[in-house]
Write a protein that binds this ligand. Structure first.
Ligand code: NAD
Length: 234
């Protein structure tokens, strides 16, 4: 396969899922070793659990923060970061909450499902909180429990974030999906939107999904190996 020259495209969109972070050591959702095989989400990752037992839910999320901080971005993350540095039209739309793209150096990241590194007070909104431990578990202004700014099971998606993602996808002429099984909606419909707008569509995933047939190219390799192979680099 010929290498792709990013300069030949105006707007390049990377759409990433849990497989993007797998080589960094963060387990995927559906694969073996995934966090929801070990923990019951009804006890740790939904608003009802938080209402019942905020301390338990925050302890669990601190464990996840500690484990993610023990992992590092891999070569594939750095290739995407360098591309954003060198090319004006690069956007990342991610289903991941781990912040790995930003740690690699990306800025233009749309996080569909929130972030492990932000917290939210029901009255005073969202703030960054980046350490292993939460700086505070109660809002300094109103004393409410603060919750992770993550889309938990049975939460509504953030409509503004989804609209921003769709609008970026509609404008791209190169769409590269990496490490997503394509079963979580509405993100599962994103490749179709790109295709309908005539973007050139590439899938990077060692395994095929139900949507693999609609891509122009399928690269059956892990992200850290596929990304350096795919692009011409300066
Ligand atoms: P998923 O677990 O359903 O699918 C992961 C996909 O990645 C699979 O198709 C698998 O074949 C592929 N994959 C595995 N290793 C890979 C590699 N090295 N390179 C490329 N692809 C690889 O994940 P999903 O589609 O993102 O959906 C799961 C949901 O769970 C998401 O909405 C996400 O929010 C959440 N999640 C996030 C994280 C994270 O932040 N890192 C981790 C687990 C789950």
């Amino acid at each position: 396969m010929d290498k792709i020259d990013p300069a030949g495209f105006q707007n390049i969109l990377f759409f990433t899922g849990a497989g993007m972070s797998a080589e960094s050591g963060i387990p995927t959702y559906r694969g073996s070793g995934g966090v929801w095989h070990e923990y019951n989400w009804e006890e740790y990752a939904c608003q009802a659990a938080f209402n019942r037992s905020p301390e338990k839910v925050l302890n669990f999320h601190e464990l996840r923060r500690t484990s993610v901080l023990g992992c590092k971005p891999h070569q594939g993350h750095f290739i995407i970061a360098k591309m954003e540095e060198q090319h004006p039209g690069v956007t990342i739309v991610t289903q991941n909450i781990d912040g790995m793209h930003q740690r690699a150096g990306n800025h233009n990241v749309i996080e569909l499902h929130g972030s492990l590194w932000r917290v939210r007070c029901p009255a005073h909104g969202i703030s960054e909180d980046m350490g292993e431990k939460y700086t505070t578990r109660k809002c300094p202004e109103c004393d409410s429990w603060i919750r992770p700014d993550i889309t938990w099971f049975s939460d509504m998606l953030n409509e503004e974030v989804i609209n921003n993602a769709v609008s970026a996808i509609e404008q791209c002429d190169l769409f590269i999906s990496i490490g997503t099984s394509g079963v979580v909606w509405p993100a599962a419909g994103f490749p179709q939107i790109a295709k309908e707008k005539n973007a050139f569509c590439i899938e990077i995933n060692p395994e095929a999904s139900d949507f693999s047939g609609m891509y122009d190219i399928n690269i059956r390799e892990p992200a850290g190996k596929a990304l350096p192979m795919l692009f011409k680099q300066n």
